[in-house]
Design a protein around this ligand. Structure first.
Ligand SMILES: C[S@@+](CC[C@H](N)C(=O)[O-])C[C@H]1O[C@@H](n2cnc3c(N)ncnc32)[C@H](O)[C@@H]1O
Length: 375
């Protein structure tokens, strides 16, 4: 990894950046094929996806992240999904981001978690006093943009009633000027902005290769793509515009928060282990045939070519026959094609195409699914 990406990673790992996962975990539910004898290795991010897996009751989940803020939040979501709190309190805590007695609630929720996580939540219980979803670097950045443009829930409801072309035009007129201003352009070029978006230099280059444009223009185009989806239930759109999830019904919540998933997840016998550190460290200490499923988020986009190859080698070494690997990417190319190692994996092409089309974050060029071929 190049020096500036090493520095990026070291800084990123110390900051509370995300409070939700910006990946469509409903898509993962459909294509990842988890079963009761599955063993998963995943990068946690903010944990909506890890918590969502419980409703499928896999045997084990090893959740890893270099960022302790994200891993600790993922653990709260997992413990909530397990039913350690009544559904109403769980929904208030992680659906609305606030409860009246955060300390009491978190003490109950973290009782079975490692001591460092219990200390973490004693220190940061205040995040749930007002609204978790206004905390973290990404939320602060989005709130700044909301303040500059005046967009809110009513604006989003009015957008829902418009045809797609009109939505794009409305976004151009409402958000475009704020994003195209010299100030916004300067901000989007700053390293702080890259940290808020979780885009390291390697991934930034991949984005520019694809779109040949500034990050501000890319961001505007992203919002327009988001508006092409079913806005009534797209929780990423609600989060972006209102700083919360869709208020009506449950389809506008990340799956792990929905009542039907809660009913299943609370019965799960899944053993979840949380590992603070790099994915590579976890892979290095694992033996052959350890995992049946790998969920890598878009972390491969952060890697240089040597690390990509090492990742594929390690998955091949530690994967069970037929193991499924899921990852997302902002570029058209795929690491499985770039490296000789990739020939040991079979691309699940129809599933990858459909998953890419369905992912409602509209943030990635591809959702890739590969299967480790027989040895
Ligand atoms: C790659 S980032 C990007 C954003 C991601 N799509 C999301 O919605 O969270 C997601 C998470 O991966 C973690 N991460 C990145 N590289 C990692 C690695 N090599 N090992 C463990 N965690 C890693 C980051 O700390 C972050 O929490």
């Amino acid at each position: 990894m190049r020096l500036r990406d090493r520095i990026f990673q070291a800084v990123f790992a110390r900051l509370f950046v995300y409070n939700i996962l910006f990946e469509d975990s409903e898509v993962d539910e459909r294509f990842f094929e988890l079963e009761s004898d599955s063993s998963v290795l995943c990068i946690s991010g903010a944990g909506c996806g890890v918590a969502g897996m419980l409703s499928r009751n896999p045997r084990t989940i090893d959740a890893v992240d270099i960022n302790p803020h994200h891993l600790a939040l993922a653990a709260l979501k997992v413990e909530g999904a397990r039913g350690r709190l009544p559904y109403r309190t769980f929904r208030a805590l992680l659906g609305e981001g606030r409860v009246d007695d955060p300390r009491g609630c978190l003490t109950q929720l973290t009782a079975e978690l490692p001591p460092w996580m219990q200390r973490h939540w004693r220190r940061h219980a205040g995040r749930f006093r007002h609204n978790l979803y206004e905390q973290g670097l990404t939320s602060r950045m989005v709130r700044l943009l909301r303040g500059q443009t005046g967009i809110d829930a009513d604006w989003l409801r009015s957008l829902i009633g418009q045809p797609i072309d009109a939505r794009r035009k409305t976004i151009d007129e409402t958000i475009g000027p704020a994003l195209r201003s010299p100030l916004a352009r300067a901000i989007t070029r700053s390293p702080l902005q890259l940290l808020a978006l979780g885009v390291n230099y390697q991934q930034c280059e991949r984005l520019q290769d694809e779109f040949g444009t500034s990050l501000a223009e890319f961001f505007l185009e992203h919002v327009k793509r988001l508006a092409e989806t079913d806005l009534a239930t797209n929780w990423f759109a609600w989060y972006f515009v209102t700083g919360g999830f869709a208020p009506e019904g449950s389809e506008g919540l990340p799956p792990y928060l929905r009542a039907d998933r809660f009913a299943r997840s609370r019965e799960a016998e899944t053993r979840v282990r949380f590992h603070r550190g790099s994915l590579f460290d976890r892979l290095a200490v694992a033996g052959p045939s350890t995992w049946s499923h790998y969920s890598l988020l878009d972390a491969p986009d952060w890697l240089d070519r040597d690390s990509e190859r090492r990742l594929l080698q390690e998955i091949r070494r530690t994967g069970r026959e037929g193991a499924i690997v899921l990852h997302r990417s902002v570029e058209d190319g795929c690491l499985f094609d770039r490296h000789d190692e990739g020939r040991h994996f079979e691309r699940l092409s129809p599933e990858s195409s459909l998953a890419s089309a369905l992912d409602r974050t509209r943030q990635y060029r591809h959702v890739w699914l590969h299967r480790l071929a027989s040895r």
